[in-house]
Ligand binder design. Structure first.
Ligand SMILES: C[S@@+](CC[C@H](N)C(=O)[O-])C[C@H]1O[C@@H](n2cnc3c(N)ncnc32)[C@H](O)[C@@H]1O
Length: 268
């Protein structure tokens, strides 16, 4: 069932295409490492039955619903995009976990929660899109309980990429990826988190695709393709966006020489 806020055919021409608005429209979001990375983040943050968890930048709500269903957690998901939150609510309803999850529009840099509330604060592939990364991790630490965990999963440069590759990713998806040392890992320490654990993985196109697909149900997949094709045929602005995204530097073919992901966890 399409949400009431689903764009009408007339409004599609007004859609301002950006990486996240398009993803919200077709109802998918993702992070490097897919379900495998999510499971590892859950384990390293000691999330189990009944825990109270905040997922920051929850996208279309896949991880919050998974936590509610598999671990019987109470979960709050926040995202900057209203359309992502609509998609998350649709998902919670479809998956029958509305009583255990709550979704709100909020900025990761200024979380609308009191101090010391959550057993775990997790964040998958969001910090790369935020300029004030340290201030944001400080926010995660602020809302986490003493003794609780803060964990994030982010694309991590395994070795320095060619400048045009970093520029292309910044231009098309608006992301700034970091290395582990002198980068992501320092954010944990900068927020005063202790007992830090870092795991770095290389990946490749096939394993990335397999792990992403495992997070979706088959119907999610069909729905997303249907919406993608619909949008592509109806919106000239979206076709322009796709054309721009397809003008890739040659070094994109060597992406996985440089590109991996890291799971970064610390305890408050
Ligand atoms: C790459 S998606 C990942 C979504 C989700 N965590 C997942 O793994 O499927 C990044 C998400 O971060 C959200 N986002 C970006 N900047 C944000 C901010 N300042 N505060 C909250 N959410 C933000 C975007 O709207 C998008 O849904």
């Amino acid at each position: 069932m399409e949400n009431k806020k689903q764009l009408s055919l007339e409004k599609i021409s007004e859609l301002e295409p950006s990486y996240f608005e398009l993803q919200a429209y077709w109802g998918t979001t993702k992070h490097v490492g897919g379900l495998k990375a999510t499971r590892e983040l859950i384990e390293l943050c000691h999330i189990n039955k009944g825990k109270y968890v905040l997922d920051v930048g929850c996208g279309v709500g896949i991880t919050p619903c998974y936590l509610a269903k598999r671990y019987d957690c109470r979960v709050v998901g926040v995202d900057l995009s209203e359309r992502m939150i609509d998609r998350s609510n649709e998902r919670a309803k479809r998956e029958g976990v509305e009583d255990r999850v709550e979704f709100r529009v909020a900025d990761a840099q200024n979380l609308p929660f009191e101090d010391n509330i959550f057993d775990a604060v997790i964040c998958e592939s969001v910090l790369a899109f935020i300029e004030d990364k340290q201030g944001t991790v400080d926010e995660f630490a602020r809302v986490g309980k003493p003794g609780g965990y803060v964990g994030f999963n982010e694309v991590t440069w395994i070795k320095a990429p060619p400048p045009e590759l970093a520029e292309y990713l910044s231009r098309t998806v608006g992301a700034e990826f970091l290395t582990c040392d002198n980068g992501w890992k320092e954010l944990l320490e900068g927020s005063g988190l202790r007992e830090t654990v870092v795991r770095i993985y290389k990946t490749n196109a096939l394993s990335q695709w397999v792990n992403e697909v495992r997070q979706f149900e088959f119907l999610d997949f069909l729905r997303a393709w249907y919406r993608f094709l619909f949008l592509f045929t109806k919106s000239p602005a979206c076709r322009r966006f796709a054309k721009e995204a397809l003008s890739m530097p040659k070094s994109i073919f060597g992406l996985f020489k440089y590109f991996g992901y890291g799971i970064y966890v610390g305890r408050k």
